[in-house]
Design a protein. Structure first.
Length: 258
């Protein structure tokens, strides 16, 4: 198995539809032992129930907006695993009211929250976990979306946060590369997850994607899981600083057939 004897950390599982859970299933299938996090009591039951399907998992609370929580997470992983081979950062959040109307009306607080949780948290997590991966060919993978490259209706401040996230990937790749740690992002097509449900018009977005992506299909949770598996395994050992699209080719289209 690709990840036999490896240890990984996955942040961002909310329920069985989460992209993070699809990734957890893929890396578990290939032999990895995992630490998974939950944010708050509301999600704890879901995450613990799902974790029962994993191999001897470590389940840890973590609010990525709190530096103390991120440090405690790294300490818990060190105490349990000793070291770490990969991290999957699948965390994003924006205030619901910021995903309606026009971006020009974004509030200062709404902008701060989206950037803090959806973008800066990657840097915070990387800083605390990098010492656990140094010299082990470690890999960090985060999740982005096309709205960080182009304007997507109602994605608004989250698109700006994803743009910052993708640039963070490049800077982190430069910083951590000398330590043997790779940093990449997956830009997944729209998937009906708990987080995506906050985007107005999601059903129309999914329909449009299905009708206009070159592969004429919506992105599946398992597809993103397998792409992440590639990025955290040694098969991608020469790749860092990249944003890889898993969207059926939708990102290459300028317009549909006239």
């Amino acid at each position: 198995m690709l990840l036999e004897g490896r240890h990984g950390l996955i942040l961002g599982i909310a329920n069985k539809r989460s992209i993070a859970w699809g990734i957890a299933q893929a890396v578990h299938r290939e032999g990895a032992r995992l630490a998974v996090t939950y944010q708050g009591e509301r999600l704890e039951e879901n995450v613990r129930e799902l974790a029962m399907h994993l191999r001897d998992p470590l389940v840890v609370p973590c609010d990525v907006a709190k530096d103390g929580d991120v440090r405690s997470l790294a300490e818990a992983v060190r105490a349990e695993f000793g070291s770490l081979d990969f991290v999957v950062h699948a965390v994003a959040f924006a205030l619901r009211e910021e995903l309606d109307g026009e971006f020009v009306n974004t509030s200062r607080e709404g902008y701060r929250v989206a950037q803090d949780i959806s973008s800066y948290s990657l840097t915070a997590v990387a800083r605390e976990t990098a010492p656990l991966m140094e010299g082990r060919g470690g890999s960090i993978v985060t999740l982005s979306y096309l709205g960080g490259e182009r304007v997507v209706p109602h994605y608004n401040v989250m698109g700006v946060a994803k743009a910052a996230l993708e640039m963070s990937v490049r800077y982190l790749a430069a910083d951590l590369g000398p330590k043997g740690i790779r940093v990449n992002a997956l830009s997944a097509g729209p998937i009906k997850t708990l987080a995506a449900s906050g985007v107005h018009g999601l059903s129309k977005m999914l329909e449009y994607h299905r009708n206009h992506a070159p592969l004429r299909k919506n992105t599946e949770q398992e597809e993103v899981g397998d792409a992440a598996l590639f990025l955290v395994s040694s098969l991608s050992r020469g790749i860092t600083g990249e944003v890889i699209h898993v969207d059926g080719g939708f990102h290459v289209m300028g317009m549909s057939a006239l």
